[in-house]
Write a protein of this length. Structure first.
Length: 355
């Protein structure tokens, strides 16, 4: 009797996905865009985006709601025609080869159009037929996908009875039916509990590292971008304001950040910023409503005492002094001038997506 090969879930658990893929910088891009623009009347949702995503990358689009993330995805997946600019996906032009692009990609959007009266198995069977999977392979493909997203035991329940996390995992499975080389995930973990988020992350990492799938991932979660993405583009008001690997981006700000809550109005806060930015080894200082005054420095331990003395010298009362390592949150704030605040994706953005 022949031995059954391990399932995708078993391979994931066995750690075969431990080695990250190497990306050939000279390879033809999986996704590229030049001067991509989309206007909705007077709303300038996307303002001249340039992109180059290499095969095998997990590329992250990081931005808050309304920044243009979802609009960009809809243009790249041929669901929305750009106002101007050009793009190619899987080697195909988004204007001339839209059908070929749709055959080459998988797409899981924020507003997953799942039929709540179907079962999970029925949905995947339907998707398989739509993608012309040979009839004699449909059941085995459906079973494999249910295994991938850990829904085998719930496959014959109606989707309306699934949790939000289960529905997101099923939506991901439906995007994998035809074994695409590129998958677009638009806010894949928004609204999910921590366990479901981790499950989605595991599936994405597995498919990328074991099967070489390229991912274009939009997110408003800093930890998600830092964990998953090989490269990140920070999007603000429809423009890419900074781009690089997570380590490269974090290297653009100082090693340490000192946060201090200074008592008083905005004029008092600015007095504190002006005083602290003059200190030795301080590269920058800024203030925002949530975090208070942030002092960026190469040596936080040495600078802490100087911060205290400076505020005392200026007779500025303060509290909640703390030292932290620089994170993508600091990178985002330095690049955009505001903190990213994940929220309800249904509450903002241009027509056709939350941005």
């Amino acid at each position: 009797m022949s031995t059954q090969p391990p399932s995708i879930s078993e391979r994931l658990l066995s750690g075969l996905a431990a080695t990250a893929p190497q990306h050939d910088r000279d390879a033809a891009p999986a996704i590229e865009a030049h001067g991509l623009v989309k206007h909705f009347g007077d709303i300038h949702a996307v303002n001249g985006i340039d992109l180059r995503v290499r095969p095998g990358q997990i590329f992250g689009f990081l931005g808050q709601n309304g920044s243009g993330k979802s609009t960009t995805v809809r243009m790249l997946t041929t669901l929305l025609r750009p106002t101007s600019g050009s793009a190619r996906v899987a080697g195909h032009d988004i204007y001339a080869d839209d059908r070929e692009i749709r055959r080459s990609i998988g797409v899981a959007l924020q507003d997953a159009g799942l039929d709540i009266l179907q079962t999970g198995r029925e949905l995947l069977r339907l998707q398989s037929r739509l993608y012309n999977i040979p009839r004699d392979q449909i059941e085995s493909r459906v079973a494999e996908l249910l295994d991938v997203v850990d829904l085998t035991e719930d496959a014959d329940r109606r989707i309306g009875g699934y949790s939000g996390g289960m529905q997101r995992r099923l939506d991901l499975a439906s995007a994998l039916v035809h074994s695409p080389s590129i998958i677009f995930l638009d806010e894949p973990t928004t609204g999910l509990d921590p366990v479901s988020r981790q499950a989605v992350w595991d599936y994405v990492q597995h498919l990328n590292r074991v099967d070489g799938v390229t991912f274009f991932l939009t997110t408003q979660y800093l930890d998600e971008a830092d964990l998953l993405c090989d490269e990140i583009a920070i999007l603000d008001a429809g423009e890419i304001v900074q781009q690089g690997t997570p380590d490269e981006l974090k290297a653009t700000v100082s090693n340490d950040v000192i946060y201090v809550q200074v008592e008083g109005d905005e004029l008092i806060q600015q007095r504190a910023v002006n005083a602290l930015i003059q200190l030795p080894n301080v590269e920058d200082a800024s203030w925002d409503f949530n975090e208070g005054v942030a002092v960026y420095t190469k040596n936080g331990h040495e600078t802490l005492a100087r911060v205290v003395r400076s505020l005392d010298d200026e007779s500025l009362p303060f509290s909640n002094l703390r030292l932290a390592r620089a994170t993508l949150d600091d990178v985002f704030f330095r690049a955009t001038g505001h903190r990213i605040e994940p929220g309800d994706p249904t509450q903002s953005g241009p027509p056709g997506g939350s941005g």
